[in-house]
Design a protein around this ligand. Sequence first.
Ligand SMILES: [Zn+2]
Length: 216
Amino acid sequence: MSDQEGVIKYQLSHQSRAIEDDISITSINAWRTLLFKLELIGQLEGRYDGYAFGNISQRLTAINCENVQFIISGTQTGNIASLSRHHYCLVLDANLQQNSLRSTGCCKPSSEALTHASVYQQDNAIQSVIHIHCPEIWRNSHELELPCTAADISYGTVAMAAEVKRLFDTAPLQNTDVFSMLGHEDGIVAFSDSMEKAALLLIQLLADAIAIKQRR
Ligand SMILES: [Zn+2]
C-alpha cells in the first residue's frame, strides 16, 4: 500500500523524558488493552507490511484552555498487548498550519498525532480520540453512513487535518462522532467527551458492520 503505516510525516520536536507522575494512564490503558484484544489496535501478519496500527489519546487540559495538551500512545507500540507509562507521551502543542508538533515522553508520539490534534481543535468538549484499523467497518463506511475523509488524502498530513476541519464545518460531524478515512486503508477515527463513549461507539459500529456482512 502506498499510504504506509507508521511513518511520522510532521516536524517533531521531542524531548525524551518520562511523562509526569501525576498523569494517570489507568483509563486510557484499560481501553487500549481492550481494543488490542479486539484487534482494532495492534500488529498483524499480512496487514500493512507488518506495521503496527491504531492509537489512542486523552485530553489533559481544561475545556476552556486554548492550547490542547493530550497523552497519546507511542509510535509503533501496536505489537504490545499491554502498554506501560513509558509507552505514552505528552503532546504539548501542535501547529497544524506549520505541520509541527512538540512532545515529551520516553517514546515518540504516534504518527497520527497530528490528526488527533486536529480533532481536539474542532471542539473543546472532546476529551478522547481513538484511531483504529477495522476492515469490517471501513469496507461498509457507506452502508454505515459514516462521514468520510477524501480518498486522495493520506494519514498524518496537513491535508488530513484540514479535511477533518471540513467535516466539522460542513456538518457531517455535527451529528456523529466518528469518521472513516477513505485514503487510509481500514482507518476509522472516533472521538467523544469521554474515552468510554468513543470506545463503545467503535464497538457498536463493529457489531453493525458484522450484522451487514451476515445479512448478505
Ligand atoms: Zn492508521
